[in-house]
Design a protein around this ligand. Sequence first.
Ligand SMILES: Cc1cc2nc3c(=O)[nH]c(=O)nc-3n(C[C@H](O)[C@H](O)[C@H](O)COP(=O)(O)OP(=O)(O)OC[C@H]3O[C@@H](n4cnc5c(N)ncnc54)[C@H](O)[C@@H]3O)c2cc1C
Length: 459
Amino acid sequence: MEFLAALAAAIGPDRVLAGDAVPARHHSDWSGAAPVPPLALVRPRSTEEVAAVLRLCSAHRVPVVPQGGLTGLAGAAVPSPGAIALSLERMNAVESLDPVASCITVQAGATLLEVQQAAAAQGLQFGVDLGARGSCQIGGNLATNAGGNGVLQFGMMREQTLGLEVVLADGSVLPMLRPMLKNNTGYDLKQFFIGAEGTLGVITRAVLRLYPAPTARVAALVALADFDAALALLGHLQARLPRALAAFELMWRDFVETSLQWQRLREPFDAVHPFTALVEVVGEEEASVRAALEAALADAMEAGQASDALIAQSQAQALSFWKIREATAELPVHMRPPINFDVSLPMAEIGRFAAACRGAFDARWPGHHTLFFGHVGDGNLHISTDGRSIGGQQAQLEEMVYARVAAHGGSVSAEHGIGLHKKPYLAASRTPAELAAMRAIKRALDPLHLLNPGKVFDL
Ligand SMILES: Cc1cc2nc3c(=O)[nH]c(=O)nc-3n(C[C@H](O)[C@H](O)[C@H](O)COP(=O)(O)OP(=O)(O)OC[C@H]3O[C@@H](n4cnc5c(N)ncnc54)[C@H](O)[C@@H]3O)c2cc1C
């Protein structure tokens, strides 16, 4: 085929795999979306090669689906029919780290873990962390505006980004890599590409902020009687330990029970509790961080906000607490398939919203297997249902959840993005005027509609 021959001639035949040579993992992502083999898998090694690929795709009208670590949960990196998959995996260098300016320059294919490790080696910390850290790439994190466990303290990927280098659909390069916090010179163009799910440009490099790494980190599991107690505890810890509260992850009983069972772990408390919060507090000196957390939790128990609490006595015990929360990595193993929701709501609504969903599911599918958990400190709730337990009625389940999200004034995607899966529900969280503005931006930057077509919305 003329196009593939031109591609191989432009960037080298070793960068292009076609047909059966494309590994099956590039046919889909973690979302469980139906696999689609791409026309070819293209793995450039430099920004210039990405630009050459996009120029050729533009000339031949071939669509392009950017791919990072393929851990996305919305189906956004699944190849569109007839598209090439453009993987950034060979552009994975950590190029430089400036400890004085506290920033790091990386290629888009570096994994989140590689960035975290490079920062840690200099006594610094990267503000984003999530369960897929070993596989997801910075380009994918940026394109989904990933959140995760550190949002309470540092915000999402958008807040970590000082600069980006992006290749547009026609192959032109936007070198927006100036590592400055202050830069009010017209539109902040880089923001268009963060959270755009690869529909506006291909991210090739980034300058990211770093922070001093805390030298002490103490985790605790806190047993709670109800959702209101969780909110009261969150407010109490934020007031008592300002800027020190690094994580507040809430797990409903169904989640804890399933996680313990899947991973063959022991019940952490002597009794069973309706809610468990995983709390992490950071600071400079372990004994004082621990003492402050102990005192704050003791007061919370006395005030009736907490029913019980376990403070990790070692790093190994802290990891065992996090293991309970990170059972999400097991979802595709045990649920066939997992039907995942990632919604955000005004914080005070989350408890009522979850109860309303559960009530509706119980009435429609008695015996369904559903887990409720989330980064509740950020107003973010995750729900995962085993598709078998609702007779495969995914569309009906989604209607039920998203109707309630709209009724409670929430968003259909807090951090995973829209991709393919949430496309039908985007209008539940965006007004017609907002959608028209998004389409205008898409037409301006990608007039031939070649970048990740069919994702987020249809033109
Ligand atoms: C166990 C587990 C836990 C998770 N926990 C969280 C969590 O806590 N918070 C959270 O936000 N997410 C979470 N996720 C979801 C996922 O890890 C994130 O969405 C992540 O940011 C995706 O990165 P990726 O490199 O795998 O991207 P991919 O899945 O490969 O791609 C995602 C999107 O980004 C686009 N893209 C990829 N690279 C580029 C690029 N260089 N330029 C332009 N577009 C690009 C793709 O086209 C696609 O639209 C989790 C996933 C798993 C499996």
